[in-house]
Write a protein that binds this ligand. Structure first.
Ligand code: F6R
Length: 242
């Protein structure tokens, strides 16, 4: 695991965006695993700017997102499909048919999860997976639990995650209680992983990921078993690291 601590969020975003840019330059048809939430917004800003100035070409890139809220349509203002459209896809020259996100409206979770796993496999797997980290150590929506769930699955959200995400919704009751998420195995099969963490609310989770026990009670800790992980934390998120 390579760990970089940056002075602030802007430097974190630029470093992470440079890694993604290098990936696309080396393999223009890369399969990028993408994340939503506050953390990647700066990265998407840099990537958008470089694409618009002609320094980055998304025309052959394929993307698979980590997760989607169960029960929300892609048009819903809170859906992760809409988030990706607004913050990246509509601003770069990616082909819409090359962007994949679980279908939150599919009620048959067994079918939807199997479809998504098969899709990732058929794309040749994920070349570079971008991850944020939850205050409780979740990656994707893999919440702390007694065991690691290997494949894409329908996940009940913990109160900690509902509390953290309610800022995006008008009322707490509006936060969906379930999400489709790639499993730990899906994430761990990615060839490379890039995890970003920003702000002091992430400091404890970052410390536990790097130096706590490897356990499904702290899902991000499993990343220590992957051979190619880069962690970029800003000064606040990295404050508890020695
Ligand atoms: C988002 C995702 C989540 C977030 C995490 C951190 O697709 O899978 O694991 O990365 O909840 O969210 P932010 O960045 O909003 O603090």
């Amino acid at each position: 695991m390579k760990i970089y601590i940056t002075k602030d969020y802007d430097e974190l975003s630029r470093k992470a965006a440079l890694i993604i840019q290098a990936q696309i330059l080396q393999k223009p048809e890369s399969v990028l695993g993408l994340a939503t939430g506050s953390s990647p917004l700066g990265i998407y800003g840099f990537l958008t700017g470089w694409a618009q100035s002609g320094d980055l070409d998304f025309s052959q890139v394929r993307t698979v997102n980590l997760d989607e809220y169960y029960g929300l349509s892609g048009d819903d203002s809170q859906s992760y499909r809409r988030f990706m459209q607004t913050n990246l896809f509509s601003k770069v020259n990616i082909k819409p048919e090359n962007t994949y996100i679980p279908n939150g409206l599919e009620k048959d979770d067994i079918q939807e999860c199997a479809r998504y796993e098969k899709l990732i496999y058929s794309l040749g797997g994920i070349d570079l997976q971008l991850l944020g980290i939850g205050n409780n150590g979740h990656i994707g929506f893999n919440e702390p639990s007694d065991e690691f769930t290997a494949e894409t699955h329908k996940q009940p959200l913990t109160q900690s995650t509902i509390d953290a995400n309610k800022r995006f919704f008008a009322r707490e009751e509006d936060v969906p209680r379930f999400a489709y998420t790639m499993g730990i195995g899906t994430i761990m099969r990615s060839k490379k992983i890039l995890l970003i963490a920003s702000g002091k609310t992430k400091a404890e989770a970052v410390k536990l990921m790097i130096s706590g026990p490897i356990t499904p009670r702290n899902p991000a800790s499993v990343l220590r078993l992957h051979g190619d992980v880069v962690v970029i934390a800003d000064a606040e998120a990295g404050a508890l690291l020695k």
